[in-house]
Write a protein that binds this ligand. Structure first.
Ligand SMILES: [Mg+2]
Length: 164
């Protein structure tokens, strides 16, 4: 079960502070796109997200995008944010995380994975051996597949919150 628990759970990615990363000894972030940096399939980042990225950059944090969505969605978005990226990442499988860590040039202990989904971002990041930050999805998805996943996530989070 603990592989499904994030190191930290935040209401939004913009609440992640350089000070927290410093405490962990984290110098790089692997970022999810959909419902983490913006709403699903939205080509524009949230304005607050742009400010947050600047804050991270000035703190010397390296960042890279790792998304399970397809290149036509991920590539223009990553270019807009001026971040390196991998699309079709097949999270939670370790391959994409390994490649992202190599791209960041950092060991896994110095990386945090940030995303809105327990079964892709958090499970994959924990299994890889990085710190994990779960953020609340910016907007809940309407499809049945996502609704089932979100319900499972809620029951996991209830246990997670009870634990602390
Ligand atoms: Mg996502």
């Amino acid at each position: 079960m603990s592989l499904l628990y994030p190191t930290l759970y935040l209401p939004s990615i913009t609440r992640l502070q350089p000070k927290q990363l410093e405490r962990w000894g984290v110098r790089g972030l692997i970022l999810d796109v959909d419902n983490t940096l913006t709403t699903h399939d939205n080509p524009q980042p949230h304005p607050e997200v742009l400010l947050w990225l600047e804050q991270m950059r000035s703190a010397g944090i390296s960042m890279m995008i790792l998304s399970n969505n397809h290149p036509p969605r991920v590539e223009p978005f990553a270019e807009l944010l001026e971040l390196p990226f991998t699309a079709d990442a097949a999270k939670p499988l370790p391959k994409g995380f390994r490649r992202a860590a190599a791209r960041l040039g950092l060991p896994r202990e110095q990386i945090a994975v940030v995303g809105d989904q327990i079964f892709t971002d958090i499970l994959g990041g924990n299994f890889f051996g990085a710190k994990t930050v779960l953020v609340e999805p910016i907007q809940l998805e309407a499809t049945w597949f996502f609704r089932v996943k979100r319900r499972l996530e809620r029951s996991i989070l209830r246990n997670y919150n009870r634990r602390s």
